[in-house]
Design a protein around this ligand. Structure first.
Ligand code: SAM
Length: 479
């Protein structure tokens, strides 16, 4: 294929990259890419991702019809198709390119595209189903849910949205469910072990975290090597003697809820037989439920409750973490695992519909209607009143998503009473609470409707004769 065959100058869309692109970075984390794994970057442009991934020890090849036509185009476990589909002006060729990339993937295809909210960054005229720029390059900007439907329909498999504009298509149910289980359930990982004592400590830790002893197939190889001489009954006795029973009980509760959450989320993808589930989930079901059928029944009930307004509101008002308002519950990222399971399910459903963005600090779950927004406050920890950088929202009734950036705004929305977004036992809560108390005493919250943005807040500070020094409120020197 040569450039002359295309009616737009597609090759001009390839930029020189320093460091990994967003989809490659996402795939490294989500798909647990390890040195030695095979990757193909299909339509690799100038090859920035290929070089960065090679530097990480991955076995990567790249191919591009213009920039690397001699690149190796051989099947690989993971195939990246990054920002290629959006530059193809011919819809039939666009679909064929997706299919060609899918056919080279042995395990997973990672598709990323530019999204509609970038429309104002692109100047040009309408052409076909996209825009033709003055440089004669073409862009078809996708809607976030349009991308998933498109990839799903073309490949014929169920896909998952990893982030806005990034979709994973898996060749096997095993790979898809393994990924889903990692996203939904809290994976504790294994403590490092160098000798028998530390290997037993790792087993005890797993027992306390998960609420059940691990099976042999779940153990990492170094631990098997260190404990292989012990009989199972002996290992069980040792672990039970050392573990804290309260922690084990807590772990069992957490795993039970995580399993329900996983099974409820999985329903969206057509639930299969128990044997299709990742092994740890199968073992959790065996340990904490009378049967797989019963676990599924309970998960379905949970999903059903998500439609019940009164139930969702009660869950929100009863949540230990998060700020409840007239329209929604707002929860900090590090407290999401502390909200009721039905609300975690709510957030997971939204994430599956539209992809959770990589950068976010607070999630907003609406109780009037169903919709979620992930809000990014980059300096939540350091700024006493963090400023909103961007918000990505999905309406669960229409599945429409939208993105708002405040990067160029001179009057950004900001947060007050930061402690309310966290769980009460978060180590930062006392510091944030002290500041809020001081602000209330100083009269700064007397007109709450006027302090939601930077300018209003500055005026309130001036009116009350106060300045902020870190998380401390002080008198203004001139007042
Ligand atoms: C926006 S660039 C993206 C390059 C690279 N994937 C990245 O993310 O840096 C789009 C690339 O798609 C390539 N391309 C255009 N049509 C293609 C097709 N039918 N199959 C594969 N690649 C194609 C172009 O040559 C161009 O390098």
């Amino acid at each position: 294929m040569t450039d002359q065959l295309w009616s737009s100058q597609r090759h001009r869309t390839a930029i020189g990259r320093v460091g990994l692109s967003a989809p490659a970075r996402q795939a490294v984390i989500d798909l647990q890419l390890q040195p030695g794994m095979q990757l193909l970057d299909y339509g690799c442009g100038r090859g920035g991702d290929v070089r960065a991934l090679q530097a990480m020890g991955l076995d990567v090849s790249g191919w591009d019809p213009v920039h690397h036509p001699d690149g190796e185009l051989k099947p690989a476990e993971i195939v990246l198709l990054s920002y290629v589909l959006n530059v193809i002006e011919d819809p039939a060729e666009r679909r064929q390119t997706l299919l060609d990339a899918w056919n080279t993937a042995k395990s997973t295809l990672v598709v990323s595209v530019r999204l509609r909210w970038e429309r104002n960054q692109i100047k040009g005229t309408e052409y076909g189903d996209g825009i033709l720029t003055s440089r004669n390059t073409f862009q078809h900007l996708f809607g976030a849910s349009e991308l998933r439907d498109y990839v799903q329909e073309t490949t014929g498999v169920r896909c998952l949205s990893a982030a806005p504009g990034i979709v994973y298509a898996f060749k096997s149910d095993e790979a898809r469910l393994g990924y889903l289980a990692r996203q939904v359930t809290s994976e504790a990982g294994w403590l490092a072990s160098q000798d028998t004592a530390s290997a037993i400590a790792a087993i005890v830790d797993h027992f306390e975290q998960r609420g059940r002893l691990p099976s042999l197939e779940e153990l990492p190889h170094p631990i098997i090597g260190l404990l292989g001489h012990l009989r199972t009954s002996e290992l069980k006795r040792l672990a039970e003697q050392s573990a804290d029973p309260l922690k084990v009980e807590e772990g069992a509760k957490r795993t039970t809820l995580d399993t329900l959450l996983f099974l409820a989320v999985e329903l969206f993808h057509g639930r299969g037989p128990a044997s299709s589930l990742p092994l740890p989930v199968q073992l959790d079901i065996r340990a904490f439920f009378p049967s797989y059928a019963e676990a599924c029944k309970r998960a379905d009930r949970l999903l059903f409750k998500l439609r019940d307004d009164a139930y969702v509101r009660r869950a929100m008002t009863g949540s230990v973490a998060g700020k409840f308002t007239a329209t929604a519950l707002y929860v900090h990222r590090r407290a999401v695992h502390r909200i009721p399971t039905v609300l975690r399910l709510y957030e997971q459903c939204a994430s599956i519909a539209a992809g959770r963005p990589a950068e976010w600090s607070v999630v907003k779950l609406r109780h009037q209607g169903r919709g979620a927004s992930w809000l990014d406050y980059p300096s939540f920890d350091t700024d006493p009143h963090p400023r909103l950088a961007s918000s990505y929202s999905v309406d669960l009734q229409t599945l429409k998503s939208s993105f708002l950036s405040y990067a160029d705004s001179a009057n950004r929305p900001l947060l007050h009473r930061k402690h309310e977004f966290l769980a009460p036992d978060d180590p930062d809560v006392p510091k944030y609470q002290r500041l809020t108390d001081a602000e209330v005493r100083a009269g700064l919250y007397e007109e709450p409707h006027l302090i939601g943005n930077e300018e209003g807040w500055e005026r309130a500070l001036a009116r009350c004769g106060r300045v902020l020094r870190g998380h401390r409120l002080a008198r203004r020197p001139d007042s």
